[in-house]
Design a protein around this ligand. Structure first.
Ligand code: CUA
Length: 183
């Protein structure tokens, strides 16, 4: 049969299906259904899929909220560039700004307390990647991505940018400290 000539047997599709073909159809379909079911299941039971919400926000309005939090709750500054380290009240809304080429400010959260972490960009797309936990979110200007999280491990976590955003992409590093108040 060719694509130009009509098929020799007119009703070419109405033939019994070969065993090997039906076997592969069943294998592929089962795998599709399994993967389809895993999407919601893994969201609920997997350990790295945080639930998020997103809202429209202008970069100016977002920056104002972040600035307000930084002005109120900065506890110290770090590095030669005096990055504020912010320790917001447990359970509050926390704002992390992504921009060329930094995550601002540095955050200090308390272990076992729940926060609403807001992520937004001031310019173009960045990627929030929390290491070594491998938590990933897109950070897009005009959108406030809200992630509800409860740090269950004290320590120092690095925020990387995992969307290529220009010449300073590789220098775009942030920090989240998780402190254990009881310890
Ligand atoms: Cu921001 Cu890459």
């Amino acid at each position: 049969m060719s694509a130009i000539l009509p098929p020799a047997e007119r009703i070419w599709w109405n033939q019994p299906i070969d065993r090997i073909e039906i076997t592969w159809v069943v294998v592929a379909l089962s795998w599709c259904l399994f993967m389809f079911a895993m999407m919601p299941l893994w969201h609920i039971y997997g350990r790295q899929n945080l639930t998020s919400e997103s809202y429209r926000v202008s970069p100016e309005a977002y920056a104002a909220k972040a600035q307000e939090m930084v002005s109120k709750y900065t506890v110290r500054t770090e590095t030669a560039r005096n990055y504020p380290v912010v320790h917001p009240p447990a359970g509050s809304d926390v704002y992390l700004v992504a921009r060329l080429w930094e995550w601002w400010p540095l955050l200090e959260l308390e272990k076992d307390k729940t926060y609403r972490l807001h992520l937004s960009s001031m310019d173009w797309q960045h990627g929030f990647s929390l290491q070594p936990l491998n938590v990933n979110f897109q950070v897009i200007p005009g959108y406030d991505m809200v992630v509800t999280l409860t740090p269950d491990q004290a320590g120092e976590f690095t925020v990387l940018c995992n969307e290529y955003c220009g010449i300073g992409h590789h220098t775009m590093l942030g920090k989240i400290y998780v402190v254990d108040k009881k310890g």
